[in-house]
Design a binder for this molecule. Structure first.
Ligand code: HEM
Length: 462
């Protein structure tokens, strides 16, 4: 532990961009309320230091209320934090441990538990000692120490978002794909809300493929996700003094960069590419690590299909990795706003793909036999009558128009029979029928006439 603390304290302070001033109505994370007993020393004071007119118990109650509403992150602050993370990565080469930090916060998710935060996942719980001390998280205290100054600088973002932001940024900065991330994750506020130990995978289980499925299926992920995400081991090293896996050092790790030592899965372990799959497949270099769970990717037939593909085709790997990573980073998270928000002005690639292409002119696009009834325009009764075309049959024999209730109402709900009868009666009273649009707006004319008469009467009366 002492060694880790020393290592962390040697790291340069990161402050490339000034903290943006909190917006007029800042969204603040729970941990940044100085009025609360839960406040960490060093957190920026968002609430003003003006002397309060209220007694402490009132301020505490106010604070509890704010805590209950503790919203997620401020987009401007997240963007600035991303710049700081980039600088941190450049100066400390901490890409791998940031990826592991994000994954270990979200990977505790259990899809069989509905309640938040009991279900685990990306909720910032990994900042608490209670969870950091889980065996699987050995060494992640170093990641927290690196990222804490950025958290302190930007009180308007949550740990949950910051961990995932750091992970996605690390992948991208290492040469990996752009990940279609969203933000707005809410933080848990107390150590008691941490998930129980044992939800993350073990590197040396009895039957690795079964174990991987058990763990990742519990998160709602599938075989493709398992293989793609394992590709994150293209970055980083395993250290015997942390996980117990790997060599003390190899020719690839003895000189760093960063703290020397450990055993990497790939020769260039700060570069994100598909070399992990190539190296695991060949297993030729004794200096490169292959965990039992890594080897399983080329042993299990379903995993193997993906692993082979990724070894051959880096583009396919990047595409699947980006999707799987985005899914992983959302696991179990409670978003505020509920749909989350993106930091990029450009929509992510997959959002674009999901957008419907601009509709071609209806007549040209649809073959004649597939031509659909145009959506009824939802307009008030009178207007519907006034705007209905006289003849939309292209000269064919006039067909009686069916009674389309939605045409005569604001909502899409079907009208009751009584209402239909009433409407029909009203039409028939003025010589029309709802089956055939009237050529003139009788209702409007009558209303205008009544209005005019009323106006004249009042003039005469006065
Ligand atoms: C498939 C099951 C997985 C197992 C059994 C596993 C196991 C391990 C182990 C034992 C280490 C070494 C930790 C140390 O000694 O410091 C490690 C490191 C790492 N893992 Fe995994 N992992 C798995 C999945 C993942 C996933 C899904 C990701 C990310 C998406 C990931 C990212 C990393 C990274 C980047 C490192 C290097 C950390 C560093 O260099 O500090 N792993 N993993």
């Amino acid at each position: 532990m002492a060694e880790r603390l020393a290592a962390a304290s040697l790291l340069p302070a990161v402050s490339p961009s000034p903290a943006p001033s909190p917006s007029p109505c800042p969204r603040v994370s729970a941990s940044s309320f100085p009025c609360c007993s839960t406040t960490r020393a060093g957190a920026l004071r968002l609430r003003s230091r003006r002397p309060s007119r209220f007694p402490q118990w009132v301020r505490d109650a106010e604070c509890r209320e704010e805590l209950a509403m503790a919203a997620a992150s401020d987009a401007a602050q997240l963007k600035s934090a991303r710049e700081d993370i980039r600088e941190l990565l450049k100066t400390t080469y901490c890409h791998p441990i940031m990826v592991r930090l994000g994954w270990h916060d979200s990977g505790t998710y259990d899809k069989n538990i509905e309640e938040w935060p009991q279900r685990g996942g990306a909720d910032g719980s990994l900042r608490f000692d209670a969870e950091l001390s889980h065996g699987a998280n050995a060494g992640l205290i170093n990641a927290l120490k690196l990222i804490q100054p950025i958290k302190d600088k930007y009180p308007g973002i949550t740990y949950a978002d910051l961990f995932q932001l750091a992970s996605a940024t690390a992948i991208e900065e290492a040469g990996g794909p752009k990940i279609p991330m969203k933000y707005g994750r809410v933080d848990v506020t107390a150590a008691e809300q941490c998930p129980p130990e044992g939800r993350l995978p073990d590197a040396g289980p009895r039957v690795p493929a079964d174990h991987l499925r058990e763990v990742f299926y519990r998160m709602g992920l599938d075989d493709k996700d398992i293989v793609a995400l394992s590709g994150a081991h293209t970055l980083g090293r395993s250290r015997p003094d942390r996980s117990g896996w790997g060599k003390q050092e190899t020719k690839y790790t003895k000189d760093g960069p960063g703290e020397p030592g450990g055993q990497s899965w790939t020769a260039e372990w700060l570069k994100f590419d598909n070399s992990y799959f190539k190296d695991i497949k060949e297993q030729r270099d004794q200096d490169l690590l292959v965990l039992p769970t890594d080897a399983a990717l080329f042993e299990d037939p379903s995993f193997k299909a993906y692993a082979e593909k990724y070894a051959e085709d880096q583009e396919a790997f990047f595409k699947d990795y980006a999707e799987a990573h985005a899914k992983l980073s959302d696991l179990g998270a409670k978003f505020d706003p509920p749909e989350g928000f993106s930091l990029d002005d450009e929509p992510a690639a997959e959002e674009k793909a999901a957008d419907p292409a601009p509709a071609p002119p209806a007549a040209a696009a649809a073959p004649a036999d597939e031509k659909k009834e145009p959506e009824p325009t939802l307009v008030p009764v009178g207007a519907a009558v006034a705007s209905a075309p006289v003849d939309d049959n292209n000269g064919a024999a006039p067909q009686p128009e069916p009674f389309v209730a939605a045409k005569y109402s604001y909502g899409k709900k079907e009208l009751s029979d009584t209402m239909k009868q009433k409407i029909r009666a009203e039409y028939e009273a003025i010589g029309g029928t709802p089956d055939k649009p009237l050529q003139s707006n009788y209702f409007l004319n009558i209303m205008l006439l009544i209005g005019g008469l009323a106006f004249l009467t009042s003039l005469l009366g006065s």
